[in-house]
Ligand binder design. Structure first.
Ligand SMILES: O=C(O)CCC(=O)C(=O)O
Ligand SMILES: [Fe+2]
Length: 707
């Protein structure tokens, strides 16, 4: 039968998302692009409708008279009086839900639309968008293709092919992809970020409405997430993850098991809400952090009673926090006479009390029923945690990676106090370079060390040439050759005896030297990780000297390192295909015996030069990677220019894995060649059977940057 040709009729109750998805994939495989798009989009719509119906019905039935749980039995009602009341309320509530779902979703209700776990995972990974982008491309709808690709990529940043596709669509359509993304990003993130931006500019008054909106909206989001916890899908997922609680046994064991899973799911909601779209890790202490910012901002603009309410709310999470207690004392002193009505916010009080009640029950189930519970919160009072678990939980939390908040402009005051490494001097600071976060430091390498690294670059290039690799044309100008060496490649060449291992070793050491210095200088309170290290050589390609000296092109056109610079508007889009997680850039120069090749900074218009730096051995130029530092390199007209380019990130998940691999390789006596991450091909057309959408065993593809 021809796939997917029955168009979904508007207004009709949604069909099951997994059936629609399967039809969509069949249409895709058959090259029927328009039906594929219609079906895939319908699958997405139906899944959303399903979620919304569950939420609405949950709220509706909780408010229905007769379904609310019975009042506590009185003193005379005798033992067991509560049981029939409770179970009767449960029956009524179930009836209400079934009817509501049938009204909203058509006959069969939620059960008919149940989504299997494989498909659920596929949706969570946004796979439908991967198929959609290809289908749109085939239909020549480039703006939609770009939007779909973007939506997919944000959740799968390691997908290199998608990065290229996206850049391609964007070039071809001229459209900045964002439409789907905007649909998908919950608005509280935008409010949160806007609030932080205002705070960064010392505009507490402007920040406040945004911060308040972010808090209220994210609390509302927690509610809606919790409403999804009673559904059969969540139950299934929990049951898969854990054997043992309540799957066997009688009525009460089953109820207890079911209830535990509902609680586990509800507790997870805070982490879900605190996770940015497309990120895999939550922002730690999301709610306490928001309250801290709120009380500080209120205090700054003189709203002392609101500052007090918010700091009291913060103290519900961390009653012993010294800074908060001091702030509270200050606010109260400033307020003058005591205000008895002033307490923590009601919404937060409810939130904390409810959460603590749930934790108490869950830890009980852990201790006595063998349930498992990964507490998502750092603030849980130790007294709530069974003694046997405390130590282990603390260790887990220390190990657990967190997402970090977006960078905030920092005051410049502490920069001068930075303890520099022995022999390293600060040659130019930000002011001298006419910028905000820039510095030139000298003395990072001795001349001998520069020699070793230059030799390494040369040997690697020769080894490459012997194996047929000639260095590439520079990606930036046809007039230059460009050779790049990663730390891992250097280590591999050293193992193979093609370059000295001293050079490869030094490369690793030096990159760590730059990292620790950059961290000390720019980010003393927050660890920086290397995300990519690259030893690059630029040299003029063919052509007579006269011709080279006349060149007007740049060795590197003006760009910013973590965003896509639009010189026309001065905007810089911090989104793929830029390497958005780069936070600080470093260029460590190895030589100066070449002509041209100075680094320069410009205004965001990419024209007005604000500072220039001449490379030389041991000189480090370090700067933040954003729009505040557009930079370029003048043409190299003679000689070879060698530099170690390094990028740092605050995000531990973008840490350069090759660095560790290289280190192991240089140390380990016998170790097999690591398999090189294979490129993830685009979506494969589905085979006749439903494709296996879940690849549990598959390790995440390694992120490997490319120039
Ligand atoms: O080599 C330089 O001085 C600058 C290189 C650069 O800006 C980059 O690779 O992003
Ligand atoms: Fe750069």
């Amino acid at each position: 039968e021809p796939p997917g040709l029955a168009p979904p009729s508007p207004g009709a109750p949604p069909q099951a998302p997994d059936l629609l998805y399967a039809d969509g994939l069949r249409a895709y495989a058959a090259g029927a692009w328009a039906p594929a798009v219609a079906l895939l989009r319908e699958a997405l719509r139906s899944r959303t409708a399903l979620g919304r119906a569950r939420l609405d019905c949950g709220a509706h039935c909780a408010a229905e008279p007769g379904v609310s749980l019975p009042a506590a039995p009185g003193p005379n009602s005798g033992p067991g009086a509560w049981e029939p009341l409770l179970l009767r309320a449960a029956l009524r509530r179930a009836e209400c839900l079934t009817q509501c779902w049938a009204r909203r979703l058509g006959p069969g209700g939620a059960a008919r639309l149940r989504v299997g776990s494989a498909i659920r995972d596929a949706f969570r990974r946004r796979e439908p968008y991967n198929y959609l982008q290809r289908a749109y491309y085939q239909l020549k709808k480039l703006d939609l293709a770009a939007a779909a690709a973007h939506t997919f990529f944000v959740a799968n940043p390691a997908h290199l092919q998608m990065r290229e596709d996206m850049a391609k669509y964007r070039r071809m359509s001229g459209v900045r992809p964002q439409s789907f993304r905007d649909l998908e990003t919950p608005p509280y993130w935008a409010a949160f970020d806007t609030g932080l931006e205002h705070l960064g500019r010392q505009e507490a008054g402007l920040a406040l409405p945004w911060l308040e909106e972010a808090l209220q909206e994210s609390l509302a989001q927690v509610e809606s997430c919790r409403a999804g916890c009673e559904g059969p899908e969540e139950q299934e997922r929990e049951a898969e993850e854990e054997e043992g609680t309540g799957s066997q046994g009688g009525l009460y064991e089953a109820i207890a098991g079911h209830w535990t899973r509902v609680l586990q799911c509800r507790q997870r909601c805070v982490g879900d809400v605190a996770t940015r779209p497309g990120r895999s890790l939550p922002v730690p202490d999301f709610f306490p952090t928001q309250l801290r910012r709120l009380h500080e901002a209120h205090a700054q603009v003189g709203n002392l009673s609101q500052a007090t309410e918010n700091v009291l709310s913060f103290l519900l999470f961390y009653p012993e926090d010294e800074a908060a207690k001091t702030a509270l004392d200050r606010y109260q002193a400033q307020l003058g006479e005591p205000r008895p009505g002033l307490g923590p916010r009601e919404d937060i009080q409810r939130f904390v009390l409810r959460s603590l009640g749930e934790k108490r029950q869950l830890y009980y189930a852990v201790e006595h029923l063998g349930a498992s519970f990964k507490d998502p919160d750092l603030w849980t009072p130790a007294a709530f945690i069974p003694e046997g678990l405390r130590e282990k939980l603390r260790e887990d939390q220390e190990k657990r990676p967190w997402d970090d908040e977006p960078p905030q402009p920092k005051p410049l005051t502490h920069w001068k106090d930075v303890l520099l490494m022995e022999g390293v001097t600060l040659t130019q600071d930000a002011r001298q370079l006419n910028g905000s976060e820039r510095a030139v430091l000298d003395g990072l390498l001795t001349p001998a060390e520069c020699g070793v690294l230059l030799q390494l670059a040369k040997d690697a290039a020769e080894a490459g040439a012997r194996s047929g690799y000639r260095g590439r044309r520079s990606p930036h100008t046809p007039h230059e050759r460009f050779e790049g060496l990663t730390v891992l490649k250097a280590a591999q060449l050293a193992r193979a005896g093609a370059v000295g291992s001293q050079g490869a070793q030094l490369l690793l050491e030096v990159s760590e030297r730059v990292r620790s210095l950059t961290q000390a200088y720019f980010s003393p309170d927050r660890p920086l990780h290397l995300s990519f290290t690259h030893l690059v050589t630029d040299s003029p390609a063919q052509g007579g000297l006269g011709e080279q000296a006349q060149r007007m092109d740049l060795s590197h056109p003006v760009h910013a390192d973590n965003c896509v610079l639009d010189p026309d508007t001065g905007e810089c889009w911090r989104e793929p295909p830029a390497y958005t997680y780069r936070d600080y850039s470093g260029l460590l120069y190895l030589n100066d015996d070449f002509q041209g090749g100075d680094l320069f900074f410009t205004e965001p218009n990419a024209l007005t030069v604000t500072a220039q730096v001449r490379p030389r051995c041991g000189r480090l130029v370090a700067f933040s990677s954003g729009v505040e530092n557009p930079h370029g390199v003048w043409a190299v007209t003679r000689g070879r220019r060698c530099a170690l380019a390094l990028w740092h990130t605050w995000a531990p998940e973008h840490r350069e894995q090759e660095w560790t691999e290289a280190k192991d390789l240089l140390r380990g006596p016998e170790k097999d060649e690591e398999d090189v991450a294979s490129r993830d091909p685009g979506p494969e057309p589905p085979s006749r059977r439903l494709p296996r959408l879940q690849d549990k065993a598959g390790k995440p593809p390694r992120i490997r940057e490319e120039l």
